[in-house]
Design a protein around this ligand. Sequence first.
Ligand code: TPP
Length: 1238
Amino acid sequence: MNQCRLRSLARIRRSLTLGLRGTDQHVLARQALRTIQTTSQRRGVHDLDSFANGCSAAYIEGLYNKWKRNPSSVDESWNELFSSNDWSSPKRSPLQVSHSRKYRRPPVERIAVKARSGERTASGGASAAPAAPPSDWKNIDDHHVIQAIIRAYQSRGHLAADLDPLGIVGPKKRTSVDGTQRHAAREVLRQHFSYIFNDLNTVFKLPSSTMIGGDQEFLSLKEILDRLERIYCGHIGVEYMQITSLTKTNWLRDRFEKPGGLDLTKEEKKLILERLTRSTGFENFLAKKFSSEKRFGLEGCDIMIPAIKEVVDRATDHGVESILIGMAHRGRLNVLANICRKPISDILSQFHGLQATDSGSGDVKYHLGVFQERLNRQTNRMVRITVVANPSHLEHVNPVLLGKARAEMFQRGDTCGSTVMPIIIHGDASFSGQGVVYESMHLSDLPNYTTYGTIHIVSNNQVGFTTDPRFSRSSRYCTDVAKVVNAPILHVNADDPEACIQCARIAIDYRTRFKKDVVIDIVGYRRNGHNEADEPMFTQPLMYQRIKKLKPCLQLYADKLIKEGVVTDSEFKAMVSSYEKICEDAWAKSKTIKTIKYSSWIDSPWPGFFEGRDRLKLCPTGISTDTLKTIGNMFSTPPPPEHKFETHKGILRILAQRTQMVQDKVADWSLGEAFAFGSLLKEGIHVRLSGQDVERGTFSHRHHVLHHQSEDKVVYNSLDHLYPDQAPYSVSNSSLSECAVLGFEHGYSMASPNALVMWEGQFGDFCNTAQCIIDTFIASGETKWVRQSGVVMLLPHSMEGMGPEHSSGRIERFLQMSDDDPDVYPDTCDADFVARQLMNVNWIVTNLSTPANLFHCLRRQVKMGFRKPLINFSPKSLLRHPLARSPFKDFNECSCFQRIIPDKGPAGKQPDCVQKLVFCSGKVYYDLVKERDDHEQVETVALVRVEQLCPFPYDLISQQLELYPKAELLWAQEEHKNMGAWSYVQPRFDTALLKNENESRCVSYHGRPPSASPATGNKVQHYNEYKALITSIFGELTPENKKRIEDRIKKQQAKAKADAQSKPSTKPPAAPPKGGSSPPPGPAPRKPLISLPSRPPRGGKQRSGSAPAPNLVDEDSAARNREPDASAYDGASPSAWKRSGSAPAPSVVPRASASRSPSRKSPSPSHDGISPSTRQESLSKKKSGSAPAPTPTSRGPFRTAPSNTEFIKRRPAKDYGSRNETQSTPGESELDPTKPQP
Ligand SMILES: Cc1ncc(C[n+]2csc(CCOP(=O)(O)OP(=O)(O)O)c2C)c(N)n1
């Protein structure tokens, strides 16, 4: 240390001993002294930065400024120091020196100058204004630091919170200068860490970013730290500063920081103890009675029950009438007993191994659902609590629960989640591990999927089966996934019951206030192994050594309350024994139960739906021509001009084509679908369609939602405006998730039978990412849980050269999971055969080939006296296929769903001449029709379409087998042999054939050979496979065949040319009037179809075909519309090797109706199984003008059906670019529950 600095040291010492004691200067001098001493001792040399550190810099700086104005005004030692080169060098000004690493001052001169002149800069040289008074800057800086410390606690305090009852994870306490033990360490306080170890008695004015002061504006540093420690580093660790909404962070800050805001009264504490007694008592009782039975006890997280109870109480107080709970195994029985109040005797009876009196497979006791409606005694309000049955697959119940909650809200007319609330209980390992959690979270804020806030509770026992969190997740917390939706996350130590209840309160209040998700992470432990028979010491020896030493939470809390005088020891003992008695009584009662009923564990009862209904009565599905016209006209009309809705020109053309179809009384796929939706809406059935890009349709065929071409979020959906009193229609593009969205729709369908709920896959194959939902809910839900669902899965499927993942909807998987017995020929003579078959199967699998059949099939879904999932394989190229159209008469009252479509051509009319009877299903039919025509075998080959694969239409198949006694039997499919329907239909054909003693035929397979991949991605290979299939059925084309085909093509080309010359060139319709739209003048004229040059040679010649070509796509219109169509996705397929030819007239559309059934037997069941008398009855009623026949699902139970008065809708989606709520005032206002919600 040099002389001048020694003198400075002496100078400081002197100021300490003189009259500065107690003043700011005194404090600073002490700090400067300490710094110089410690630095000198440590390094042996003086360090300027350390000497003028954050604490002493302001003092020294003051002296420096004084010296600068008048060098003699300071002590000689300072004069020497400031005059030295170190200080006066321009490279190292005192100001720079004072910028210590730990504490940076604002650039004093720069600010001061700017403030005065507004023009001059810091480089203003000699004229630079003097700095502000030193004491002010010191103050400002100190306050900045205090603010930063407060902010550090708010945003990172949770890192030092004492969350782990086992004490394994968590911060070490450190002793501050005042001797206080504090948690907040460098991790939390970062650069402010050393600062707080100085003088803790300094008083600061509290910044507005904290509420810790309550009414007090000033607090000492010590008090500030103590309060922040208690709030942020105690038994609650709150993560909320990541939330981008200022309103929400302020609200949470207020709740946590306000002094006394979290205090509990004596009564409240006693109630917690009582509830904890029940929670622990229940587990203890089960452990005593069934020591080796799996029950997945809650011990170690027992406080979860009082926490849920608090949420339920407060929610009902806030007006919630229905609470839906989704949860896995852990603590489930406890929830049933103590939250739902399912009679304990019923729960215990599940342990007795009793026989069920109803059918189904049942499920293990910790998966069963419960539905209880009861009076909440705390709030004196009725509440309905549902625990949704769930499979073993952890977390997959989440989207199902959300869908069910959403549907309940819809039925109640609850548009902001004020009467219905979902709670999801997670395990720590599964919450962070299962992807469906993330997928489900992302539904939380989507307008058509939101449930206006879900309460997530993690029963965090810090282990997943045998795996330590250190090896099961990369994130710090298991809850980090919730940050994607800006949810506040409240971590809380499970051994602090009061903290847990406080978190529960804040969570439910937050959900009520903001209608957003919130997470409570209850950090506890697992007292036993994963299940009660497991030995946890095998894998977690150290953890379990600690657990063994821990007193149960109940005991700890009882001791605390006894000590506080809230309860006496005897009161506590009375609580325990009273609950023991309740359990013992229930035990005695359970022994009197001799059988169980699966149906008494149903989670979604449909009161009124089944009562008094003939479940086996199938109601007609056809509708009047007037209704068809009304729907058709509306569906093909753009928004009225007065709405000034700018419609895309391509859409106007599509609408014009629809208009033409309505005039021609023929419907394509989208019109057929619209007829189904529209007619159900008319009958009061809510229709919901969801999935990726369903609004337009992946293949651009649907166009239900029209978009204003110059205004964002302004849309029009004609199906919303068909009838004034229609049911609401919901069509919505989903997030890019299959698993969560399908689960959501399945849950939606569970809530009420009076709705048609559909999920459409983008391509069928993608449903395999939702396999868990399909297997564990849709396929087996009814069998396991007696719970019905009429959910519809629409899975685009067909082999069109689109590659391995864009071809197959995996028909084989669905059929393999179908539970109709392949070896038992059913009683087809039963008058109710068709309905009974449908009722007994686990789901219906269809592969439909006509719009009319789609229409009937969808309507049948809600006309049945029960509900059954429908898996329909939808077409792709057929969406625009000229032959895949249905005349209006196939939709009318005389028509019905056709389980099979027999051959109605020459072959069907002369069955004895038929040499080959080819059964097939789906789009391949149209390939076969064309090829049969090309091969000139229309009289010798009969083609029968199996539209309903499952349940297998034995009755109709047998009829067909009998109709063609001499024909060779073939099954044709485009899929590979190990795929498609073959493995399902083969044994069933055999069963049908074996039934006839004289039958010696069997069905042979014609399709692609087995393969591991569903389809080739090579177009040439695809075509070769196709050709092999066709050749195996029809043989090679003969020279005569080829000649005929070529002649036909020439004719078509000539006709097309003549047409083109005779017609004026196609022009797009006139632009709509400014700001509005008008219908185009008429349908866009068709141009001849174009040949694709890339077609590979076949037999050395261009392949040619006859018109109408089944696989042709109206390329012209597709090109004009600039919309992708099915074939635009695939590139090439046999159907994409298009040939020239004119579009067929609608009159060539095959017509099919029950009245023309080729059935030889009479009377025979019609294809839909509806007795002719029933249909006639309904028809005559309609004709006589009486009310329409009552359907099993008359008007839906909407309490207040959302009105469709708004013709053109403004979507409630957020603005582009304003998803960050802090930037968006409207975003905040959306959250205000006092304002109308979308
Ligand atoms: C999807 C899925 N994968 C694996 C399992 C097997 N399994 C059952 S419980 C469990 C551990 C779950 O841990 P956690 O989520 O923390 O819940 P805890 O049992 O600890 O309450 C595992 C791996 C399962 N049931 N579901």
